[in-house]
Design a protein. Structure first.
Length: 315
């Protein structure tokens, strides 16, 4: 009898040990989960900790800049993609359910500030290339009709509509005479200049640059999350002479000025946060930023719905 109870007592002892280990590990696991979410929570409040994407901006209600920044004769237009049939994206990075919401968002912003809005339909997309290349054709076609064009990829939202485009340009260029300005205003991320959101000015240089960009056919990629237009842009910018770069191109010091990326927990984002903190800090999306760009994210519809909901709550 004693021999039979001995294995039972041993089993009960092992069970108690496992239970104790579990009770010890549960708080530890909970702590790890909280620590994993902490960077996202802190980075989302980067502007509250003193980061300034737009010089002089302290909150969502922005004071007017000194000087004649708003020019009623200055023509600006937002250019974007609006037709889901043209997005060409399937699977994990689909634009389904995204484009209608983002186009509506841009339409409201443009109407509030008196800007033009050029939303490309499917018929404007060149079927011989991935759809993102057609931004070059659209900009080339409409450049003569406006002083400045502001290209937005389809997976972008204006999150602080109180900031006018003139203020953004002023902060990069340093003056309000936009006729005597560089022709291309860009941001940089971890990979260099980004082709998803940028300004281009009406000029002979801009027309030639867009033609040259379109002719970079060796960069075209199919069957990938990358289409090659961004790589072609980086190639062209990288091969400008220092004189031409100085005269024609400006790269914003802070990516978050008009092209913020949301930070989500992953091995890559954690590595970048640890080893490239300054770049992360300059580009991460925080409350009060002008625009969010879901670049490289899979769940674009989920993110769009989330941010649109936040914007509507603040109204």
């Amino acid at each position: 009898m004693a021999e039979r109870s001995r294995p039972r007592r041993a089993a009960e002892h092992r069970h108690r040990l496992r239970l104790r280990r579990l009770l010890f590990l549960l708080p530890l696991l909970l702590l790890l989960v909280l620590l994993a979410q902490l960077p996202a929570l802190l980075l989302r409040r980067a502007n509250s900790f003193g980061r300034r994407c737009l010089p002089g901006a302290t909150d969502r209600r922005l004071p007017l800049l000194p000087g004649p920044v708003r020019n009623p004769r200055l023509s600006l237009a937002i250019v974007t993609l609006a037709d889901e049939g043209a997005s060409g994206s399937r699977g994990r990075r689909s634009f389904r359910g995204v484009l209608a919401a983002t186009a509506r968002n841009k339409r409201a912003y443009a109407a509030a500030h008196g800007y033009g809005l050029i939303a490309l339909p499917a018929s404007a997309v060149d079927p011989s290339r991935p759809p993102s290349w057609s931004k070059v054709l659209a900009l080339r076609a409409h450049l003569r009709h406006h002083h400045w064009l502001f290209w937005n990829d389809a997976d972008t939202l204006v999150t602080n509509p109180e900031i006018p485009l003139e203020r953004i340009l002023f902060s990069v260029i340093g003056h309000s005479d936009f006729n005597e300005s560089p022709d291309l205003v860009l941001t940089e991320d971890f990979g260099g200049v980004n082709a998803g959101v940028f300004f281009i000015r009406r000029s002979n240089w801009s027309e030639k640059f867009l033609d040259t960009w379109w002719n970079q056919t060796s960069f075209i990629q199919f069957g990938s999350t990358k289409s090659g237009d961004n790589a072609a842009l980086k190639h062209l910018i990288g091969h400008l002479s220092s004189e031409e770069m100085q005269a024609q191109v400006r790269i914003a010091k802070m990516q978050c000025l008009f092209n913020s990326y949301p930070w989500i927990l992953s091995w890559k984002s954690t590595f970048r946060l640890i080893f490239h903190l300054a770049t992360t800090w300059k580009g991460v999306y925080s409350d009060g930023d002008f625009m969010i760009h879901f670049a490289g994210l899979d769940d674009k519809q989920g993110w769009t719905n989330k941010i649109v909901g936040e914007i509507e709550t603040l109204r």
